[in-house]
Design a protein around this ligand. Structure first.
Ligand code: F6R
Length: 619
């Protein structure tokens, strides 16, 4: 969490920093801050200029209003947008943090786990730490090294050995006014250099206005970035030659493009996200090909168990993956929340393939679950939306979704792309393993290829979903039910409603209600049920009857034109009919719109729900 940016050279300006911070704001928006060196000041005595604001979503605008006081000739600058971990979201805790001299400024993403010990040592040695953050120690540790004669890059390198935790940091020092020094461990850090400028940031989106030639720093590397040049060293101090790659994402794709918010835009982009993700991977004749998977057919045939590891919405994609792998490939499959898997001492061996699903490719629990799996001998594949993300680089193979940049905090198009990608993977595994006959493979391929059109159809019905949302916008207790392929949809619908509308919403397998939760059902409760036609439809509808008998209003996700279902419930969210195992891709859409509508009706910011950040880089 948190977004960091740094820039040096001719383009260094508050506007560049602030525009970059706007693109990074999805990583946290509790506060924001910028700091800069002055090229025309005396390097021996000058201090860094700094402004910070803790106005939540308004922080960047606030800083823009104060940018007039910045040095006229900025040498190097750093900026930060914060998701608070240590210390409340106040201005004093906002980054950048300074050392005692006011000549060094640092911005940081991640957690310095041993900051208390480090801070206590610094206090004994006479430093005055003013914030409650784990970050501030970094500026003071560097201050000590610089006082002993180190350059800023040397100081950062010397400090790294004493740090525990996951971090990406960027520092500037008034004595070296055109240098930005960056280092990382686990948290991402991207670097780009043009002839006159150097830029560093947490996410490629913030660098694209400057350059498309970018490279990602590796763990425990330190980069000294100057206008037009960069020196990278590894933990031994040896020089490493970075290999920039050309990034194809456009800045335009990370802008709202006329929509009122990113979530609307991203929901609208779902047919394309799914179509792009299928492109070239599945053909109508049943051929499947996943180039970046790396694992060959023989290796896939040796897989005895597939474990999907993920968090939040991505976990729901894992639940669908489990069903698809078991149904089509007849391979044992599990789906587990990464933060549990990594600490559970799981049995994972060389017969296990762990597929870690993460939109961002950065989620710290999923990254560590992947590492734990690798330690135990399993093969690991990262299913991610971000090319060259930390997880993509560490995995044995990759399954890339092609949803494009997703800025809204709530996953929408990236989730649909995940769903379709786990299904493509399951079909590939089944085909390679010879577990599905050719006719069945062709039929599943056809079902997958039909999905973009079905999604267009679902999105065309958006106004009807919004009408249902408005009708129930004032309700406070929601229950989401589903069976089999409907269960991950129910879980996702409830999560979306909670995180966007701040309404209590619980999801259960429909068959579980009478084992306890049904006690909660009374008039005023709203039950949203996934009731599209499957072999379990009658059982689902029996559960619906039980809910209605206790006074709940029932909203059903139902096949378009299914009058029987419509008669048995209070409201329907109609979707085009698709094959059951592919149905989550379509059935989630009305639930996204439902959550969106209820959140908007309650006056919530759908792109920046409270307490959340798009990228979770802390445990
Ligand atoms: C909810 C949501 C989160 C993420 C979760 C994992 O809408 O977006 O639950 O799915 O934080 O993030 P990634 O997929 O980046 O690992």
């Amino acid at each position: 969490m948190c977004g960091i940016i740094g820039v040096t050279g001719d383009e260094a300006s508050c506007e560049l920093l602030l525009a970059g911070l706007e693109l990074l704001e999805y990583r946290g928006y509790d506060s924001a801050g910028i700091a800069a060196t002055d090229r025309s000041a005396d390097p021996a005595t000058s201090v860094v200029w700094r402004e910070r604001a803790a106005e939540h979503a308004g922080s960047i605008d606030h800083l823009r209003g104060r940018a007039g006081s910045a040095p006229a000739s900025i040498g190097a600058a750093v900026g930060h947008t914060r998701w608070a971990t240590h210390g409340p979201p106040t201005e004093v805790n906002a980054h950048p943090h300074l050392d005692c001299t006011g000549r060094i400024a640092v911005v940081h993403n991640g957690i310095i786990e041993n900051y208390r010990d480090l801070g206590a040592g610094l206090a004994v040695r006479g430093h005055l730490l003013v914030s409650a953050t784990d970050t501030e120690v970094l500026a003071h540790l560097a201050e000590e090294q610089v006082a002993a004669g180190a350059t800023l890059a040397e100081a950062v390198a010397l400090c790294l050995g004493s740090l525990r935790g996951d971090f990406a940091l960027a520092m500037i020092h008034a004595a070296e006014p055109e240098v930005v020094v960056v280092a990382r461990r686990t948290s991402p850090l991207i670097v780009g250099v043009t002839a006159t400028t150097g830029i560093v940031c947490s996410d490629v989106a913030a660098a694209l206005a400057t350059t498309r030639q970018l490279f990602a720093l590796d763990d425990d590397q330190v980069a000294e970035v100057r206008p037009g040049s960069v020196v990278v060293r590894d933990r031994t101090g040896a020089r490493v030659e970075p290999e920039p790659v050309a990034v194809s994402w456009s800045v335009q794709r990370a802008l709202k493009g006329g929509y009122p918010d990113f979530m609307s835009k991203e929901m609208h982009e779902q047919p394309r996200a799914v179509g792009d993700t299928l492109l070239g991977r599945v053909q109508a004749d049943g051929t499947t090909e996943i180039e970046e998977l790396v694992l060959g057919d023989d290796e896939l045939r040796r897989v005895r168990r597939v474990v999907f590891a993920a968090c939040g919405t991505s976990y729901h994609a894992g639940l669908v993956g489990r069903q698809a792998v078991e149904r089509w490939a007849r391979v044992v499959a599990d789906a587990e929340v990464s933060s549990e898997l990594r600490y559970r001492e799981p049995v994972l061996d060389e017969g296990t393939l762990v597929v870690a699903i993460s939109q961002s490719g950065e989620t710290v629990d999923s990254l560590h679950a992947m590492r734990e799996a690798r330690r135990r001998g399993a093969r690991v594949v990262a299913l991610t939306n971000v090319v060259d993300s930390v997880m993509a680089r560490e995995a044995d193979g990759v399954l890339y979704t092609r949803a494009g940049p997703e800025i809204g905090v709530a996953s929408t198009k990236s989730h649909l792309a995940q769903l379709v990608m786990v299904e493509v993977f399951a079909l590939h595994l089944a085909r390679v393993g010879g577990r599905l006959d050719q006719g069945a493979v062709v039929s599943v391929a056809g079902d997958l290829l039909d999905l973009p059109v079905a999604l267009e159809d679902a999105l065309d019905r958006r106004a009807t979903y919004e009408a249902v949302g408005r009708r129930f916008a004032a309700c406070e207790n929601f229950y989401f039910l589903g069976r089999r392929a409907g269960l991950p949809v129910a879980l996702e619908g409830a999560l979306k409603l909670k995180e966007l509308a701040y309404v209590r919403a619980e999801a259960y397998p429909a068959g579980e209600m009478k084992h306890g939760p049904i006690s909660l059902i009374e008039p005023g409760a709203v039950v949203v049920v996934v009731a599209t036609r499957t072999p379990l439809w009658e059982k689902v509808m029996a559960n619906v009857e039980e809910m209605r008998a206790r006074g709940a209003a029932v909203v059903a996700v139902a096949d378009a034109g299914d009058e029987e279902t419509a008669r048995l419930v209070d409201a329907v969210l109609e979707v085009p009919h698709v094959a059951e195992i592919c149905s989550p891709v379509v059935n989630v859409v009305p639930l996204q719109v439902l959550a969106y509508t209820i959140a908007r009706a309650r006056g919530n910011d759908v792109d920046r729900p409270r307490n959340l950040a798009k990228v979770v880089t802390v445990e």
